[in-house]
Design a protein around this ligand. Structure first.
Ligand code: GDP
Ligand code: ZN
Length: 296
């Protein structure tokens, strides 16, 4: 039986079948090959070699899974280029601690976050103010509204050529934004977040949607758990990129109460956003309390 090996991307896993996108075609595949012995479980997002036997037109066999750039547990996906962390100007009001935790979780998984402040039609001044808080954070910030075409265009630009996962609290407009980015997608309002909630109790499946040529979006919101327990309080500061431009008196300064702290000074001088610094301290103390309980 003759056949040749092709490479594609797994975009859906359902009922023991793997759906691999190869150019314009989608090939249903079964898993076979060495990676099974090595206990590698294929994930949506994986690049895979597959083989379609000559006598079968559309049933292939996965032969190899390529090394992953990164992977998430919930939703189970791999090779994510970026997370679009969506918050609303209001309805619901932003919780900046939660926003920072989304950013931290994303960075922790080696996924580059983009901050998307949505619903700017509800309060444009507040949108700009929020943008200011993150101006020096090192993260890309975009301001969007499903009612403003030029802002949707800026989101399209961000998504182009990449594999993205949407994240953020429910009700902030993730499904609406995606439907506006690509009319005809027909995600139900709230669908992205709904899936997340259901996920706890049922077997659900994750899918990647090709919104433009070679631009993919995971159809389930990312970072369902915002656990920061496994972040060391000594490392937390590394997730606050804007702190890294300053050199404090002590090398291991945690920018807390140490003398000669240049970060604290920068906050006083208005060079670092006070909001970001306060959030850092708040998350720092949350971790510290966790540590404390851990030690008893
Ligand atoms: P998700 O849970 O993050 O997927 O949020 P949805 O897409 O379900 O949106 C939640 C609600 O916010 C819906 O009633 C939307 O119509 C509304 N919404 C979404 N985007 C915008 C926006 O840009 N401006 C305004 N005013 N409302 C929006
Ligand atoms: Zn310091």
């Amino acid at each position: 039986m003759e056949s040749n090996i092709k490479k594609g991307k797994i975009i859906k896993i359902l009922g023991g079948f793997y759906y691999i996108q190869h150019g314009d075609t989608m090939i249903e595949c079964r898993a076979r090959g060495n990676f099974r012995k090595e206990k590698i479980k294929p994930l949506v997002g994986d690049y895979a070699d597959f083989r379609v036997p000559k006598d079968k037109e559309h049933l292939g066999y996965i032969e190899k899974i390529y090394d992953r750039k990164n992977s998430l547990i919930r939703p189970p996906v791999s090779n994510i280029d970026q997370s679009i962390v969506v918050f609303a100007v209001k309805d619901p009001n932003p919780n900046y601690i939660i926003l920072d935790k989304f950013l931290i979780n994303s960075l922790k998984e080696n996924i580059n976050p983009v901050i998307c402040i949505n619903k700017i039609d509800l309060d444009e001044d507040k949108a700009k103010e929020i943008g200011e808080y993150y101006k020096n954070s090192g993260f890309k910030v975009i301001l969007t509204s499903k009612h403003r075409d030029e802002t949707v265009e800026s989101l399209r630009e961000v998504l182009r050529g990449k594999t993205s996962v949407f994240a953020g609290p429910s009700g902030t407009g993730k499904s609406s934004l995606l439907n506006t980015v690509k009319p005809g997608l027909n995600l139900k309002i709230g669908e992205i977040s709904q899936k997340l909630k259901r996920g706890k109790h049922t077997t659900r499946h994750v899918e990647m949607i090709e919104i433009f040529s070679d631009s993919w979006v995971v159809d389930t919101a990312g970072f369902s758990s915002l656990d920061i327990k496994d972040i060391d309080k000594y490392n937390l500061k590394e997730y606050y990129y804007e702190f890294n431009d300053y050199y404090c008196k002590f090398n291991d300064c945690l920018h807390y109460k140490e003398p000669g702290c240049e970060v604290r000074k920068a906050v006083e001088d208005g060079d670092i956003s006070e909001l970001r610094y306060k959030n850092y301290l708040k998350i720092f103390s949350e971790i510290q309390e966790g540590d404390y309980k851990w030690n008893i």
